[in-house]
Design a protein around this ligand. Sequence first.
Ligand code: FAD
Ligand code: NAP
Length: 538
Amino acid sequence: MSNSADAGVVDAVVVGAGFAGLYALHKLRSQGLVVRVFEAAPEVGGTWYFNRYPGARCDVESVDYSYSFSDELEQEWTWTEKYATQGEILRYINWVADKLDLRPGITFDTRVVSATLDEKTLRWTVVTDAGETVTARFVIMATGPLSAALTPAFPGLDTFAGEVYHTAHWPHEPVDFSSKRVAVIGTGSSGIQSIPLIAEQAEQLYVFQRTPNYSVPAGNRTLTESDVAEVKSNYAERRAMSWRSGGGSPHVAHPKLTMEATAEERRAAFERRWELGGVLFSKTFSDQMIDPVANDEARRFYEEKVRAVIDDPEVADLLIPNDHPIGTKRICTDTNYFQTFNRPNVRLISVRRTPIESIDATGITTSDAHYDIDALVLATGFDAMTGALAKIDIVGRGGQGLREDWAEGPRTYLGLGVDGFPNLFLVSGPGAPAVLANMVLHAEAHVNWIADAITHLDSHGHTALEATAESVDNWIAECNRRAEATLFPRANSWYMGANVPGKPRVFMLFIGGFGVYLDICAEVAAAGYKGFQILDAS
Ligand code: FAD
Ligand code: NAP
């Protein structure tokens, strides 16, 4: 193990200082490794540093969407709302970074531009945009599945004379939309969280919707002292349930399958889940994402609820999805989203019916009208799962680039390793449950697995771990097989790469459930890292 004081020669480079990179730094450092973290942003936080748009919150309960590895952190921090705001989550991340003294290990405002393998030494040379070169035995890509914002190539976008904002690059100073005509393009989770608040301020709001999305009221509320006390006294139990669960939170589906339940039981179960609020509506019954009949029951309940709060039936027709089963794109969570379209200053424009043709200095031209605006909000999402990795020149064996290796879709074993790229580990990468699970616990699980693998290598005197091509092929086949048994491939979702023109259409996640996935990872490790080659540098 290197204990070099030379910052250019380290044991591990971690790319990214969001939830994942910060925990990787803490964990590997506590195992005695010399670690450098590079972060493109000037601060820690990742997602929660960048996504500062009005209404930004988590959609996994705050008490679950937080680090579990330290009782002390769990007991000392107190969440104030069921779903914390971006600001509160960022304060939490900064508090953890200070408490664990993580900042000195991080080089901010610095983007990693390349990582190149030396096949002889099995070491990586990492180069940054500041011109710094570091060599490391391990590279851990904690670059985030949703960190490469997507700006569609609308003709003329750069000629717009007003203000332009992307939800994922929101300014730090408050944005004031009062007395302004504002357009929001995009009605995914980011659009749906921000639109009600922008509508309250703006003189006029135009919402440009391509695909309507399912959104369930979040049911957000302030946590009382007794809520907090109860969670804190049962944290271990709550976490244990989360680790075994399908999605990394302590949710238990109804004991019956949808159509086994009587009509009354079914309705009561949907009502209860609706009242609780949030994304878990798609898991009311365990077969909702598998059985089209079950899914349609949930969809019809949903439609009834949403229609009831929208005044104009024609607007309701536009807002209710009819092209994908409920839950096959991430369900959005909102506070008064659909009610916003009852306001006189809000207008919904379906760009399916009247596509956006161009943008000019004054606004947006669709196939049938021109909309004069003062500000444009792009809530157009991300090049998810692979976007941030594709921006780095990652070069493995035989000069093979990761980008080229993944030209037909990402290729990983367990979402952790890639053949041809020894000791390069991905955190929450494609091929893992990643965004289908509570991502904080997911990051912890990945980092713990990687840290154990490093300990294994060191205690046996070996240099590196590399997924075999066969195990990668088998894992992709396994992920596809599991996805095809569900309704997920029926949606043009970002899980499928469908939101990025030209991106290969493959389901990029392991859909078999968080607990099941963790068992597989543990079995692989227990079997001496089955599916990986264990290598020694020559
Ligand atoms: P990130 O937080 O994305 O951090 C990655 C970091 O890597 C970034 O800071 C980035 O600047 C840096 N980076 C990338 N490339 C480079 C490079 N080449 N060089 C240097 N630095 C680099 N998940 C949930 O489970 N629950 C939620 O409620 C939830 N809400 C979300 C809300 C929003 C608005 C968004 C966008 C995502 C949400 N997610 C949620 C997903 C969220 O991305 C994860 O929960 C989690 O924050 C990811 O942490 P991370 O550390 O893996 O990645
Ligand atoms: P998103 O779900 O990908 O939504 C992007 C929106 O922009 C979609 O409505 C999309 O339409 C539209 N769009 C993209 N390109 C367009 C174009 N050329 N013309 C017109 N419309 C276009 O992105 P997001 O809302 O940022 O959310 C991404 C993910 O981040 C979420 O699924 C979730 O995992 C996470 N997130 C979570 C929360 C939370 O509640 N905690 C909040 C925000 C984000 P199409 O659907 O037709 O592609």
